[in-house]
Design a protein around this ligand. Structure first.
Ligand SMILES: [Zn+2]
Ligand SMILES: [Zn+2]
Length: 134
């Protein structure tokens, strides 16, 4: 499978050779800020399957605790990927162009979700989850 993704303005593009895994949505207060949304929507990419195609010079990084961070477009603000120790760790599902043929398989940190959010039923929910994995 080949997947591509890009930011809102289209300057930054990437390609993934292979499939994504472990799609999840984290509802913690940090992810709400980082993703400007009710939760993250994020899946892991195998190391070495990810390549930037264009616009890499526009990427800005924000590194949080423990070596985990996010990279986003400095022009339009889209959050494109998560990095761990300078390697791409996963991608935000919202910036994918194609159907990744996976679904969000778990909702984590639902114990700290926003009061205004209603989480869909039928998908496993966890009060907490692993830290620093978006
Ligand atoms: Zn952009
Ligand atoms: Zn989170």
């Amino acid at each position: 499978m080949t997947l591509s993704g890009e930011c809102f303005c289209g300057e930054i593009k990437y390609q993934i050779e292979g499939s994504l895994r472990d799609a999840r949505s984290c509802h913690c207060s940090r992810c709400r800020k980082a993703f400007s949304s009710q939760a993250s929507a994020y899946a892991l990419v195998e190391p070495g399957h990810f390549n930037w195609v264009s616009g890499k010079h526009l990427l800005t990084s924000y590194i949080g605790g423990h070596g985990f961070g996010l990279q986003f477009c400095s022009k339009c603000g889209s959050t494109l990927c998560g990095i761990y120790n300078d390697e791409v760790h996963g991608v935000t599902l919202g910036c994918l162009n194609e159907d990744p043929e996976i679904e969000i398989g778990r909702h984590i940190y639902v114990g700290s979700k926003a009061s205004w959010e209603i989480i869909p039923e039928g998908v496993p929910q966890y009060e907490e989850g692993e830290r620093y994995n978006a």
